[in-house]
Unconditional design. Structure first.
Length: 360
C-alpha cells in the first residue's frame, strides 16, 4: 500500500471522526441565542416569552396550529410521543433496525408502561403499506393472545440513510390510518430529509399523514434540544403531563426553546442539513473512484453505508480515522462500514479521508 505524502499534515488539519453527527459542537447562531436568553429573569416551566415565540414559529414553519414540546434528548422525544399513542397491551410497528427498537434501551416500552415494539424487515430501512397491513391483520386475528396494533413509527431519514418521499409516506400513512392506527415520525434527521426532498416541512410531515413528529436538532447544530411536534390535536393535552411525570419538563425551559427558535430561524436548520448532505455526496463521489468500494444504499441524507476492501479500512484506521462497522443489510454478504457527515464538516475533511483511502 502506498503511503500518503501529506499524512502528518492531514493528521493536524483533517477531521478524523466519521462515526456520528452527534460529535459536533453547536452552531454559532444557537450559542449566541443562548447567551442573549441568559440575561434577566423569566417565568419557568415554559411560561416564558421564548417558549411562546417558539410556538408561533413552529406554526409558521408547519403552516398550521401545532403543539410543540421541547425536550433535551431524542430518546425522550420518541418515548414520550409513543406513550401518547399506545396502551400497555398494545403494539407499535417500526422497522427492524429502527432507532427506537435498537438504540433506546427500552425507553419506548418503559414510557408506554409495556407496549411492545414490533420490528418489520426491509433492505432499505423503509416500511411498505402491504407488509404493514399483513402484520396488523395477523395480530388482530390472534385476539387476546397478541398485543393489539396501535401505532407505526417511521424514521426520517431512515437508519439506512434513505428517505421517504412525501408520496411514499402518504401511501404508508393512508394504510396506517385505514387500519385505525396513528403515525409517529422519528425525525432525528428530518432536516436532512426536507433539504434533500426540496419540499416544505408540512409536505414532509402532516400533509403526508404524520400525526406526531419527534423533531431533531442536536445532530444538526443544537447544543441539546429536540421537540415533540403534535399535529393531531387529540394527542396534545396529555403529553404535557407525560413530559412532567417523565422528568423532562425543564424548569429553565427558555434554554431549550431559544435553541429551537434559533435553529428554525432564517433556515439555519436547512442550511446546516444541505451542507451535511453535500459533504455526504462529495464523500460518495470520492469513494466511488476506489476499486472495490461500493455503496449498499443510495446516499439520500448524511449517512453512507459502504463496502470497502479490507486494506482500505485498515489503512484508514492506521491514520486515525474513526467509523463504525455496521451489520450488513438483508441480502448483503460483504462487511459494511457506516460513515456520517455533519453540518460543520469541511470539504478538506472529506478529501483527506478519500486521499488516504485511495492511497491504499
Amino acid at each position: 500500500m502506498a503511503d500518503v505524502p501529506v499524512t502528518s499534515e492531514m493528521s493536524l488539519l483533517t477531521r478524523l471522526e466519521f462515526t456520528s453527527d452527534n460529535i459536533t459542537g453547536a452552531s454559532p447562531e444557537i450559542l449566541a441565542a443562548l447567551a442573549r436568553a441568559n440575561e434577566g429573569a423569566v417565568a419557568s416551566y415554559g411560561s416564558d416569552p421564548h417558549t411562546a415565540a417558539l410556538e408561533r414559529l413552529a406554526e409558521a414553519i408547519f403552516e398550521r396550529p401545532v403543539a410543540i414540546l421541547p425536550v433535551a434528548t431524542g430518546t425522550a422525544a420518541n418515548a414520550l410521543a409513543l406513550s401518547a399513542l399506545a396502551r400497555p397491551f398494545q403494539g407499535i410497528y417500526c422497522h427492524a433496525v429502527a432507532h427506537a427498537m435498537t438504540d433506546e434501551c427500552g425507553a419506548p416500552e418503559f414510557y408506554t408502561a409495556g407496549a411492545k415494539l414490533l420490528g418489520l424487515p426491509s433492505r432499505d430501512g423503509r416500511l411498505r403499506p402491504a407488509q404493514l397491513a399483513e402484520a396488523v391483520q395477523w395480530a388482530r386475528s390472534n385476539g387476546v393472545h397478541h398485543v393489539q396494533p396501535a401505532a407505526v413509527t417511521v424514521s426520517q431519514a431512515t437508519e439506512w440513510g434513505t428517505i421517504y418521499t412525501p408520496e411514499a409516506l402518504a401511501a404508508l400513512a393512508a394504510q396506517v390510518h385505514e387500519l385505525g392506527l396513528k403515525v409517529h415520525m422519528d425525525g432525528a434527521r428530518f432536516a436532512n430529509a426536507v433539504a434533500r426532498l426540496g419540499c416544505t416541512p408540512a409536505e414532509a410531515s402532516w400533509r403526508a399523514g404524520v400525526d406526531i413528529l419527534s423533531l431533531g436538532a442536536t445532530k444538526n447544530g443544537a447544543l441539546a434540544a429536540e421537540a415533540i411536534v403534535v399535529f393531531d390535536s387529540t394527542l396534545g393535552a396529555e403529553l404535557g403531563f407525560r413530559r412532567k411525570r417523565g422528568g423532562h419538563l425543564w424548569s429553565k425551559m427558555r434554554f431549550l426553546s431559544v435553541q429551537l427558535s434559533a435553529y428554525l430561524t432564517d433556515d439555519l436548520w436547512l442550511r446546516n442539513a444541505r451542507h451535511s448532505n453535500a459533504m455526504a455526496d462529495r464523500l460518495a463521489v470520492g469513494l466511488a473512484a476506489i476499486p472495490g468500494a461500493r455503496l449498499v444504499q443510495p446516499v439520500e441524507a448524511n449517512e453512507l453505508f459502504v463496502v470497502l476492501p479490507d486494506p482500505v479500512t485498515a489503512r484508514l484506521r492506521e491514520h486515525g480515522f474513526r467509523f463504525y462497522d455496521w451489520p450488513s443489510p438483508e441480502g448483503e454478504a460483504a462487511a459494511v462500514v457506516r460513515l456520517v457527515t455533519s453540518y460543520d464538516m469541511r470539504a478538506s475533511d472529506v478529501d483527506g479521508f478519500v486521499a488516504v483511502a485511495a492511497a491504499a
